[in-house]
Design a protein. Structure first.
Length: 123
């Protein structure tokens, strides 16, 4: 596979083009480009969770020790790692005494960018 040295995103009318070194790689209608962007972002966030695993697990463990019911991690294995870290990490136990305040997290935060179906705005 060739290495992409540069990637350019252009809009021509209602179509989106991905260009590499002046050559068109992908030509998509705007709807498909939005779907592709959503899929790329979702996979990038999952990759970020793996790449930053240790920091995310430690941050989640701190939240557990503080009793803040906010989930940073979607992966159940990483959630278990965070619980283990909260319970057994000597540093966290020293600086955040009092045990684990909560065993569960609400879930990973989500930003909804559109109005849910069936919801009518009166105003």
């Amino acid at each position: 596979m060739d290495t992409i040295r540069s990637l350019t995103v252009r809009r021509i009318g209602p179509r989106i083009l991905l260009l590499s070194e002046g050559r068109a790689l992908v030509d998509l209608p705007w709807e498909a480009a939005l779907e592709l962007a959503h899929a790329i972002r979702a996979q990038a966030k999952r990759a970020e969770e793996i790449a930053c695993r240790e920091q995310v697990v430690r941050d989640q463990a701190i939240l557990h020790r503080l009793g803040i019911r906010l989930g940073l991690i979607a992966d159940p294995r990483l959630q278990q790692d965070a619980l283990r870290e909260a319970a057994w990490n000597t540093e966290l136990r020293r600086y955040l005494p009092g045990g684990i305040q909560t065993q569960e997290a609400v879930g990973t935060p989500t930003v909804i960018r559109h109005r849910p179906e069936g919801v009518v705005h009166h105003g």
